[in-house]
Design a binder for this molecule. Sequence first.
Ligand code: DGL
Length: 270
Amino acid sequence: MDNRPIGVFDSGAGGLTAVRQLQRLMPHESIIYFGDTGRVPYGTRSPEIITQYAKQDIRFLLSKDVKFILAACGTVSSILPATFTQTLPVPYVGVVQAACTAAVAATRNGRIGVIATPATIRSDSYRQQIQSILPDAQVFTKSCPMFVPLVENGYVGADDPITTAIAQEYLEPIRQLEVDTLILGCTHYPLIAHIIGKVMGPGVTLIDAGREAAVRTQQLLEQQGRLAQRESGSTEYYVSDTGESFDAAVQLFVGPHSTEKATQIAIENF
Ligand code: DGL
């Protein structure tokens, strides 16, 4: 039993989709969330800068005495080297491995699509991970840089015409390749999964990378006998810039029951 909080971080608000999943799966756990709202987006930056930022984010979480770190950010999960994460004093999980394991389990024809930020797609992390599990898999990737700003700006309605048009533009080539499984390899994409699903068609299974990583987190804590034991956990939010939009994002990504306000910290000091 370990009642210390789980640390979750992301380049901004998108990782809150993983928080929602953690809260659903493990209501007894407390969560410390850090969103690097002052430096978002990561997905269009170089591997060196992404690594530097992610290390600071992790040092902040460790200063809060977390028992486990979940990198909810697809970009960080793709870039941060295992040589670093394996040296951390607490277990660390990113979204790539969990999502790929789920995609391999879901595919019937071995044709898997991956959509994510430009930095994630350039890193080739998802393809390498999928083919390390299923060497014969055919992996088709596509970066979708417009999806993050669309979600951030609230273009998430069921039939939003702008997001639908852009989704058709991005996804039609992948759809034509007859993938039967599509990994949503970026924090923000679950919020437009209904639109992505409609464009891809009913025969395609969508894999929510954040959800799969939350499930993996639960499995590992269970295996290690380190689940919390208490009535119910709490969630604290920290950000590097207090735009008014973060608290609104908590309502959008986590749910209207979340009334906690985010605290600003100076991430460059970590
Ligand atoms: N959190 C990022 C990811 O999942 C998306 C936003 C960004 O580019 O920073 O890749």
